[in-house]
Design a binder for this molecule. Structure first.
Ligand code: HEM
Length: 217
């Protein structure tokens, strides 16, 4: 496959990614305030921002899920075993010895096998865990009459906080991994401009040239 500068991230893809990142950072900041980990803003303000941002993020996720399944993008998140061990070995060992990243990013497959696993776990385990517990917490007034409601509320709060810490760990690892390889900005720029030099199959290149020339640079 030849390397071409092609639009890898559509406008919606980038809007979704950065709005999601900003919302999650705001949720972590206000959530930490509610837990008493800092006192940089008043408690009441933290609760209001946390609730409104969470609702906005849920709307964004609904649109992003629709976009994922009405475009071919969902295929990018299906796990693949081929090459997984090589990528894991690279992050555990090769990166400290100056080896090259074993994965070659391609238009049809923009995530390496480890990214596929991590992003899928985020989407099908951590995000559902945080939003179901959050919504149940928010709607406590509707089910507080049920037997052992207070006990269940405490379980929900703990699962919510556990998922929040797992998401915070994802963010730290995600940003750290962007510093590996060709440099932080080389990784981040495509998520801002949309364009990146990646491997493109001859069929895809012919399709872009004939039907979507604006996607090739
Ligand atoms: C705060 C929560 C964040 C979450 C949940 C998140 C999630 C994701 C997901 C799911 C993807 C794959 C998107 C796709 O290919 O369609 C992605 C890609 C990417 N993210 Fe984030 N992200 C976050 C924050 C950040 C931050 C703070 C940065 C940079 C400073 C960043 C930079 C990138 C870049 C450059 C990519 C594309 C590179 C790649 O996946 O190899 N992200 N992110």
């Amino acid at each position: 496959m030849a390397k071409r500068c092609v639009k890898v991230y559509s406008g919606f893809n980038r809007l979704w990614h950065w709005s999601q990142a900003a919302s999650i950072l705001a949720l972590l900041f206000t959530g930490a305030r509610m837990m008493g980990l800092h006192h940089l803003i008043p408690f009441g303000m933290a609760v209001t921002i946390h609730t409104l941002t969470a609702i906005a993020l849920l709307v964004l996720w609904a649109f992003a899920t629709f976009w994922l399944f009405t475009t071919e993008n969902w295929r990018q998140f299906i796990p693949r075993q081929t090459g997984l061990i090589q990528v894991m070995r690279f992050y555990a060992w090769g990166v400290f010895r100056g080896e090259d990243h074993p994965y070659r990013k391609a238009y049809q497959s923009r995530h390496n096998p480890l990214q596929r696993l991590a992003y899928l776990a985020l989407k099908v385990v951590l995000f559902p865990a945080i939003w179901t517990t959050g919504l149940l917490y928010l709607s406590y007034d509707f089910w507080d009459h049920l037997p052992q409601a207070a006990g269940w509320l405490s379980v929900l709060a703990q699962v919510h906080i556990l998922a929040a810490f797992a998401i915070a760990s994802f963010v730290v690892i995600h940003v750290y991994l962007l510093t590996i390889g060709h440099g932080f900005w080389k990784h981040v720029r495509p998520m801002i401009t949309g364009f990146e030099r990646v491997e493109v199959s001859p069929e895809a290149e012919a399709y872009f040239a004939a039907e979507r020339p604006e996607r090739l640079r």
